[in-house]
Design a protein around this ligand. Sequence first.
Ligand code: FES
Length: 357
Amino acid sequence: MSKFHSIKVSDIYKETKDCSVIEFEIPEALKPEFIFKQGQHLNVRTMIDGAEVRRSYSLCSSPIENKWQVAVKQIDGGLFSGFVNNTLKKGDVLEIMSPSGVFFKDVNPKVAKNYVVFAAGSGITPILSIIKTHLALEPESTFQLFYLNRTVKSIIFKEEIEALKNRYLGRFEVFFFLSKEHRNVELFNGRFTKEKLQILTQKIIDVPSVDECFICGPEEMIFLIRDEMTAAGLPKEKIHFELFHTGNSEADKQRVSKILEKKVEGTEVTILDGGKEFHFVMGEDFDNILDGAIAAGADLPYACKGGVCSTCRCKVVEGTVEMKLNYSLEEEELAKNYTLSCQAVPTSKKVVVDFGL
Ligand code: FES
């Protein structure tokens, strides 16, 4: 099971007015454990006003840069993002887990792939890492980036993106969309819409030649782009996405309440972890195994508690559970009985899950 490590902030700077980039100083001894793939994230933990706060942030640096950087955009009322943007300074220490996540495709220097990538705001962080890595290591591959921000000034990593465009002339095209500033080309004004995506897939993106499509942003945007790219002929398995927030849509709420109706009360749960066992009975105040276990005193890994990061992944080895939401486990993992403990509602009288598999 991944553990948190105390890691020093070696640098912190404002990328835009409300977005800070943090760089971590990974000690030499931990570097092998912190090797990462483009598109992966770090789980971060700290104490703010006496309470533990955990978040998950995508690495915006590329593995080939030998740097571990995340970008944190301040969100209204955001406890951790406010702390990073207003209080955190160079030399401070945060608790960090080694990188994880499956939002990537392996690099292959021998292939010439065409990547189409969409991002909104800080959704650029894993996308930037993906772009930098594949462009550098796959000399024949190309990228088209469609990137939405409010204004020119709020475009995160604008300079770095422009520099990459110049460096990889002919292999990297960038299309900035702005929601709060008007420009001459109507297509690039405002958020992504069905109509705009139809224009993009007819005039700018050569859909039959697209090998991989990565999308990172809010749920609504992701599903809209996924549906339009699919309608334009891109097979679903070529579309990969990473969500910001979850559980807010009507469809999610309906799914959650349906699953909760199946909850079995008083389930006896056993947690296995590398030879250790922990037993507890699910309290009626908790609807998922992670919360039930933590309340009973178990020390389990988690970060987002939203079905996104998969830090809390475990395998069901006895009994049954149903997930409220799942934005990270792939079909293959589901077929092998993996579940997200933060979403796993027990649906049998006895459940055994293994965090070590
Ligand atoms: S803690 Fe992130 S998916 Fe469960």
